[in-house]
Ligand binder design. Structure first.
Ligand SMILES: [Zn+2]
Ligand SMILES: [Zn+2]
Length: 204
C-alpha cells in the first residue's frame, strides 16, 4: 500500500480552525463542519456570542468540536446539549427567529473519491481490525476528503423542526454539602430524609 500518497484537496479556512481546535482532520469533524455550515446558512446565523443559537447533538463524537468552533455553542454557555444516543443527528435552533433544523445522516455512505482501490483495501482492514494506526489515519483522511467533495444533501437529510427551547443555563445559589462541605449549586443537591442537603457524589 502506498502510504505516502497525498490527497489533493483544499481545506477551507474555517475548517482549518476546527482542525486546530480538534487536533486532527477526521470524518466526524467534517460531519460537524458540514452541519454547522448548513445551519448557519438556513438559520441566517453567525457565530453565537450568547445563547441565541442552540445546538443539540445526538452523539458526543468529534463532530461536536466543529459545532463549538463554527456556531459558538459550548457546554459552558449551556447552548450545546449533548445527548449520548450514538446517532449522527444534530438539531440547531435560532432563538431570535424561532427556527430550527434537524440534520440526520443518510444511510449508505459510499466512497466516490479518486483513490477507490486504496480506500476499499483500507476500509476492509479497518473493519476487520487489522489496520495499523497509520492506515487508520489514512482511511480517515480519504473519507474526510471525499465527504468534503460531496453535496450536503447527499450526506445529510435536512428537516425543519419545532423550535422547542431548552431553558437557559439555570443560576442557583450554592450551598455547602452537609457531608463534604464543598460549595454546590443548590438545584443540583439531593435532600435527605432529615432535610440535609448533599452533593450528588456524597448522596450516591
Ligand atoms: Zn476526530
Ligand atoms: Zn458532598
Amino acid at each position: 500500500m502506498k502510504e505516502t500518497e497525498t490527497i489533493h484537496f483544499k481545506i477551507p479556512d474555517d475548517l482549518k480552525k476546527c482542525i486546530e481546535f480538534h487536533g486532527h482532520l477526521c470524518p466526524g469533524l467534517v460531519y460537524g463542519y458540514l452541519v454547522a455550515k448548513a445551519a448557519m446558512d438556513l438559520l441566517k446565523i453567525k457565530r453565537s456570542r450568547d445563547e441565541e443559537v442552540v445546538a443539540i447533538s445526538e452523539n458526543d463524537s468529534c463532530a461536536v468540536d466543529a459545532l463549538q468552533i463554527l456556531l459558538g455553542t459550548s457546554t459552558g454557555k449551556g447552548n450545546l446539549i449533548l445527548k449520548d444516543y450514538g446517532k449522527n443527528v444534530y438539531t440547531v435552533l435560532n432563538r431570535s427567529n424561532r427556527k430550527a433544523y434537524r440534520f440526520s445522516r443518510k444511510k449508505h455512505y459510499q466512497y466516490e473519491g479518486e483513490s477507490k482501490d486504496e480506500f476499499f483495501q483500507l476500509d476492509a482492514a479497518v473493519s476487520s481490525g487489522t489496520a495499523t494506526e497509520k492506515e487508520k489515519r489514512r482511511h480517515k483522511m480519504l473519507k474526510a476528503a471525499d465527504l468534503l467533495s460531496k453535496p450536503f444533501h447527499d450526506i445529510f437529510s435536512t428537516a425543519e423542526a419545532d423550535c422547542v427551547m431548552p431553558s437557559y443555563a439555570p443560576l442557583a445559589r450554592s450551598k455547602a454539602c452537609a457531608a463534604c462541605g464543598e460549595m454546590t449549586m443548590s438545584s443540583k443537591m439531593v435532600e435527605t430524609e432529615n432535610g440535609t442537603l448533599l452533593c450528588i457524589p456524597c448522596a450516591s
